[in-house]
Design a protein. Structure first.
Length: 139
């Protein structure tokens, strides 16, 4: 059994961004040489998320609106976490809702996706360097 590890790095220009990382993950699978196995994709920050959904701009706008309604960034006083000097209490909650990681089967050297599925990195407290772990196991 093979094991392969790769980190992807992002430095977003905005506080909230959704980035399609499907091609980065596909390239990691090619690098790994794994034909049959599993791929874990994991956000390595507690204010970011990895999730699977459709790459459709209307849906992305809906995510932004919905997450802001559930956990608005302001007023900063809304979150006790911000009493520590941080201003990202909302980002922790958004990450909890959207999830930490995804695991996808690899079949014949490719992500074994359903129709329209893509992997996204969700950044909720951006404007600095962040990373995602890609861990691939299989044969």
């Amino acid at each position: 059994m093979k094991s392969f590890r790769k980190e992807l790095f992002f430095n977003t220009s905005k506080r909230f961004e959704l980035i399609n990382i499907t091609h980065d993950v596909e390239n990691a699978i090619i690098e790994s040489g794994v034909k049959e196995g599993f791929c874990l994709v994991n956000a390595m920050h507690i204010t970011a998320s990895v999730f699977i959904n459709d790459d459709e701009h209307g849906l992305h706008a809906d995510y932004f609106r919905w997450l802001e309604e559930l956990a608005p960034h302001e007023p900063l006083s809304l979150y006790k976490h911000n009493n520590t000097g941080e201003d990202n209490g909302d980002a922790h909650l958004k990450r909890q809702i959207m999830g930490r990681s995804v695991t996808v089967a690899i079949t014949n050297g490719k992500l074994d996706f359903g129709p329209w599925e893509q992997i996204f990195y969700g950044e909720f407290d951006g404007r600095r360097r962040k990373r995602v772990l890609v861990k691939i196991i299989g044969e």
